[in-house]
Design a protein. Structure first.
Ligand SMILES: CC(C)(COP(=O)(O)OP(=O)(O)OC[C@H]1O[C@@H](n2cnc3c(N)ncnc32)[C@H](O)[C@@H]1OP(=O)(O)O)[C@@H](O)C(=O)NCCC(=O)NCCS
Length: 195
């Protein structure tokens, strides 16, 4: 479901794939060859959510702009996700920045004003707390997330390769989707004949 909010409609590149069961609302921009998988939610209502190219948002992940309350007044933060980023199944990115070529592991959390620098990896189930910055090419794990080790050159390249492979999978889905909508079109408007 793709929905406008406060007059802002999601802008999704024509080469990007969005599964019909994903929900995308408001001020959201999605770049070329990116993909959004079943059940994922991307909500750009408090502020903008931008997603680069060749990035995948896997099943049931939640991407939202951030809201922080000091003295009872809300302050809003955009969420920015770069290119060649893998957001694993069931992860949450809320009011945070994820730079290019990162992996945000399945079921992990990246919270308000956190920043994941280029080429880093947040481990399965980790929680990157508010205002925390993960340095470039660093693996972090645990709650709260702490550095485990650095990313090797080989792993850094592998993140990009994995993102490109996901884009190929998305392309296959896009083609299948257009074939089935063409088939519906051929069938035309269903009509019952009079006796
Ligand atoms: C973080 C990760 C990259 C670590 O891999 P690794 O460097 O091979 O680490 P190891 O498996 O050798 O484990 C090293 C130590 O870290 C711990 N560890 C590894 N992953 C952990 C995690 N997610 N949370 C907490 N501890 C973790 C291990 O228990 C081990 O601890 P020990 O030394 O006390 O025994 C990997 O576990 C992970 O979480 N990958 C993310 C995958 C993912 O979600 N991809 C996207 C979806 S497709």
């Amino acid at each position: 479901m793709i929905e406008a909010f406060r007059g802002k409609k999601p802008r999704i590149h024509k080469t990007a794939f969005v599964h019909p069961s994903a929900v995308i609302i408001g001020d959201v921009v999605i770049g070329k060859h990116s993909s959004v998988w079943p059940g994922a939610v991307i909500r750009g209502d408090f502020a903008k959510v931008s997603i680069g190219s060749y990035t995948n948002i896997q099943d049931n992940a939640v991407i939202h702009s951030g809201d922080i309350y000091s003295d009872g007044k809300p302050e809003y933060f955009p969420t920015k996700i770069g290119s060649y980023v893998i957001i694993g199944h069931h992860a949450l990115v809320h009011g945070a920045i994820v730079e290019n070529q990162c992996i945000i592991g399945a079921s992990s959390l990246v919270f308000n004003r956190a920043r994941i620098r280029k080429g880093s990896m947040v481990g399965l189930g980790a929680a990157v707390l508010r205002d925390v910055e993960v340095p470039p090419r660093t693996v972090v794990v645990g709650i709260p997330a702490r550095p485990l080790r650095t990313i090797t050159d080989e792993e850094f390249k592998k993140i990009k390769a994995q993102a490109i492979n996901y884009a190929k999978l998305a392309e296959e889905y896009l083609k299948a989707e257009s074939r089935s909508s063409q088939a519906r079109h051929k069938w035309g408007k269903p009509r019952l004949r009079r006796k």
